[in-house]
Design a protein around this ligand. Structure first.
Ligand code: PMP
Length: 432
């Protein structure tokens, strides 16, 4: 493998010295970016990398209209939500209008973790219960309370004794026709155990695209029975839309719509400000107002005028430019292309997607899990060397995680597919 240039090696040494071990880098040969524009990121030598990984800049890197709205507001006033300001209310109304009518209140946050943290507080206060049901490889964020319901972190010590994990039908190999029953049975077993120990169920918390479990989207509706079971047991239903939200799943604005359920609380983050840190909890007024009157919630930066102006511009562009519809169309094109490749070359075992969020299982049926994982890592690194950015996901980290900005066009999809084809030919000969 090519050695790292001195410039990057020196920067990595300084990072390690001051930032320490929690600051991991992508890739065997980490990339160094100075500039972004649309679908592209540029390194110091001006080399362009096609971004098929970053889901925060949904509208593309450094969108000029979003940036103009942000800068304009920064030059006017940066204030918090304790003062009257019409744009906060305008945006809140427009955001809530994108949800089913039952979801009629919004509280702002700064990150996805804060959104989930707040949703759990609301669920626990409203239900009087403590238990939380999540999927086996769920990730819901970084605060102590949400890390405690994030088995994906692999930190058994930190996991709450009040959390119960459920296996998804897809990774368990359950046929589609039995998927809903299987999921409901898992949720019921978790509820029974929580009740037996006097913990009770506060919430079923799920990422509606199950991204960190490996992107398990099908069959649509498989979560509905689990949702009913939790409600019957007195718990709330929280859809974590940090990954799937704002049109990522194509056609739908929110991932839960694909499953035909209406949650009690919905948590937002990542693409909401196209890079500016802003998130929210949207919910039913019964729960939200009960929390608002009984508990105290104030958040210095959440809902500040700059974040709102930025998110407002993002929502305007998302709707005006029909970005979710584009995600749907490009998702179809990408899926068709990957299916074609899977027939031509060994190494693509399965393709799962909703809109522009893909999990692409790497390896052949005869490969052991470790070999599949190694192949996925080889593909990710080879794509990076070819100037294309993706990563991995799933229990075994052997699925490519592909989630380009939603402005992606046919030409980008075709460039990506050509790169995957080249890489599979290369890897295929190296690792038969
Ligand atoms: N929920 C999900 C499903 C996520 O993927 C993430 C971040 N990867 C979070 C919550 C946490 O969001 P943040 O990093 O903005 O706190």
């Amino acid at each position: 493998e090519a050695q790292l240039p001195q410039r990057e090696a020196a920067l990595i040494a300084r990072r390690d010295g001051v930032l320490g071990a929690s600051y991991r880098l992508h890739y065997r040969r980490p990339v160094h970016f100075l500039r972004g524009e649309g679908m592209w990121l540029y390194d110091p030598d001006g080399r362009a990398y096609l971004d098929f990984y970053n889901n925060v800049p949904s509208l593309g890197h450094c969108h000029p209209e979003v940036n103009a709205a942000m800068a304009e507001q920064a030059g006017r006033i940066s204030a918090n939500t304790r003062y009257l300001e019409p744009r906060l209310v305008d945006y809140a109304e427009r955001l809530v209008a994108t949800f089913p009518p039952e979801l009629d209140r919004v509280v702002f946050t700064c990150t996805g973790s804060e959104s989930n943290d707040l949703a759990l507080r609301i669920a626990r206060l409203v239900t009087g219960n403590e238990g939380v049901i999540v999927s086996n490889y769920a990730y819901h964020g970084t605060s102590a309370a949400v890390a405690a319901v994030s088995p994906n972190l692999g930190d058994a010590v930190m996991l709450s004794p009040n959390v119960r994990m459920v296996t998804l039908p897809g990774p368990a190999g359950i046929p589609d026709a039995q998927a809903a029953d299987y999921f409901q049975a898992q949720v019921r077993a978790a509820i029974t155990d929580l009740n037996r120990r006097g913990i009770g169920v506060a919430a079923l918390l799920f990422d509606s695209i199950f991204s960190s479990d490996g992107v398990w989207v099908d069959p649509p509706g498989f979560i509905a029975g689990g949702v009913d079971a939790v409600r019957a047991a007195g718990g709330l239903v929280i859809s974590d839309e940090v990954q799937p939200g704002f049109g990522r799943t194509g056609a739908h604005m929110w991932g839960f719509e694909r499953h035909g359920v209406v949650p009690d609380l919905v948590t937002l983050g990542k693409p909401m400000g196209n890079g500016f840190p802003i998130g929210a909890v949207v919910g039913r007024h019964a729960a939200m107002d009960r929390f608002g009157t009984t508990a105290r919630y104030s958040n210095t930066f959440a809902g500040n005028t700059i974040g709102i102006a930025t998110a407002d511009a993002v929502l305007t562009i998302l709707q005006r430019d029909q970005i979710p519809q584009n995600a749907f169309a490009m998702g179809l094109r990408l899926r068709a292309g990957l299916e074609r490749l899977a027939k031509q070359r060994p190494g693509i075992r399965a393709i799962r997607n909703a809109g522009l969020f893909f999990g692409v299982d790497m390896g052949t049926e005869s490969m052991a899990p470790a070999a599949r994982r190694a192949m996925a890592q080889d593909v990710v690194n080879a794509l990076r060397d070819d100037g294309v950015l993706v990563s991995t996901t799933g229990a075994n980290e052997d699925a490519l995680k592909v989630r380009p900005p939603l402005i992606c066009q046919a030409e980008h999809v075709d460039l990506f597919l050509a790169a995957v084809d080249r890489v599979l030919i290369r890897i295929g000969t190296a690792r038969p």
